[in-house]
Design a binder for this molecule. Sequence first.
Ligand SMILES: O=C(O)c1ccccc1NCC(=O)[C@H](O)[C@H](O)COP(=O)(O)O
Length: 200
Amino acid sequence: MPVPRGLIKVCGVRSLEDVQACVEAGADMIGLVMVPGSKRQLLEHQALVLRERIAGDAQVVGVFMDQPWDEVRRLSEVLALDHVQLHGSESGQQWEQLGRCTIRRIKPACYHVGCQEPTILPLVDAGAGDGVALDWPPGVSYPDALIAGGLTVNSVGALIRQLKPLGVDVSSGVEAQPGIKSARLIHEFCASARAAFQQI
Ligand SMILES: O=C(O)c1ccccc1NCC(=O)[C@H](O)[C@H](O)COP(=O)(O)O
């Protein structure tokens, strides 16, 4: 089924207050980072609490990077994930058998419209939640992809108008300090993004 333009994903929530801010701000997708070593890593029991709070209020995305397939499959079932985000170099047919919608991180230089199967949502992102803003190539638009990488309240509107993406994904740009979300920034980011999507 085609995904409507204007998706807003907030990634790396770590508390019930973060979830509440995302839901109240109207985020469509909320990302739970399950990557060992990340400053935003959730343990299984922590992710379960947040997942239960999100319930039907937004889509739940589990973020993984180069982790064993069995572990990703088990967590996607336990957490009843709506989407599995594969942020590393996962390759091979077994990844198609997770039985979940997949978001796949694509490096900007590798993106072109239709670069993924229609069932996979591309996420064009140079980094991994490190907030580094990308110098987006001129003349390219991203109608079937989420864009990410250092988006902020101040940059998201202009980037949506320039790049015309399917959606946007933010983590560092809505944090008061590394790994700590700000409800105010979440609200401001979602409002800016929504306003810009209405203009394209
Ligand atoms: O957030 C992390 O720590 C992380 C670790 C490993 C893989 C992915 C990770 N995050 C992914 C995201 O937060 C988003 O999908 C996206 O990259 C936005 O990041 P940012 O540039 O910080 O806005």
